[in-house]
Design a protein around this ligand. Sequence first.
Ligand SMILES: C[C@H](O)[C@H](O)[C@@H](O)[C@@H](O)C(=O)O
Ligand SMILES: [Mg+2]
Length: 400
Amino acid sequence: MSLPKIKTVRAWFTGGATAEKAAAGADYHDQPGGHWIDDHIATPMSKYKAYEQSRQSFGINVLGTLVVEVEADNGQIGFAISTGGEMGCFIVEKHLNRFIEGRCVSDIKLIHDQMMNATLFYSGSGGVVMNTLSCVDLALWDLFGKVTQLPVYQLLGGAVRDELQFYATGARPDLAQEMGFIGGKMAVQWGPHDGDEGIRKEAARLAHYREACGPDFWLMLDCWMSQDVNFATRLAHACAPYNLKWLEECLPPQQYEGYAQLKRQAPPGMMISSGEHHGTLSSFRTLAETGIDILQPDVGWCGGLTTLVEVAALAKSRGQLVVPHGSSVYSHHAVITFTNSPFSEFLMTSPDCSTLRPQFDPLLIDEPVPTRGRLHKSALDKPGFGVELNRDGLKRPYTH
Ligand SMILES: C[C@H](O)[C@H](O)[C@@H](O)[C@@H](O)C(=O)O
Ligand SMILES: [Mg+2]
């Protein structure tokens, strides 16, 4: 089979700081007011009163959505979305384009290695540069699937299970249980600056939902980098009586010693997780060596699908789980091929968690959502990632 070459790469954005209004999409924090995902959630900025109530107030949604499309010389187009906005457009159109155009559509790993090495001097192994590189990588996998007429999960070697099962991240674990999810993960709302009262409030909320959901429904807390080892340890022990399944991302990404200490100090049987704000395989090796139980790379932020596959193999060699941060079809196609990813995250983007809204709505046409907390592999049986792009409102600020 003679494969086409990549003729053009283009980058678009929507939402973010330069947009007139919030525009949800890949940057799913860019929601209109009154949304659960921006309601007094603890962050490293919560110790500043002005930034305690809303994450948008300190800029969680400044980047906006990046869309990358790659067009082959036979006219077929692959695309992907991530969090990166106008800055990502600049990086794609003014820097990464030189490693992409002219290459064969199957040269995904070569392009990935050149993008990684060429951005080392300004990527800091994460952040918007890694988001952008990840988005290019995902678009290349999508194009390869479109050209070969195969879903990405089959390009990766095929499914190791017939269906994906999901826990739901949101403010209402009770509603998640009614919808058939296997668990509910809530965002913590209090942090070290709230002292013992904060721990009491979190434990009381957990006790309420343990009562509402019964003894076996999974309940988790997501701390979004907002804590220190002492607060996280004491929170873990305060929540142990309510069978907290895992405590997530308590510390900033680089505090590896802290994660190792937290894992040692956590109650027996309670899992510790992190990873959604880590980028590159090396960072995940260091994170895995802390001994935490679950690595949670975001495939749109960690280095793309090419890196995610490497991270999954690393974790598998250590007996650790990989449960990617909620990233819709971009992680579904990977997770269903990983033997150490027994479940996935579905991130509730409906304002009050009462309905099943596709995570990247409205950007992906035909974006699947779980039914009774599950998604059969047949839902992924379309070429590439199996979704099409809603181009409404997209802007292309740079060309080359
Ligand atoms: C719900 C969390 O605060 C974040 O908004 C979410 O993006 C992430 O941490 C997650 O694990 O879903
Ligand atoms: Mg998280």
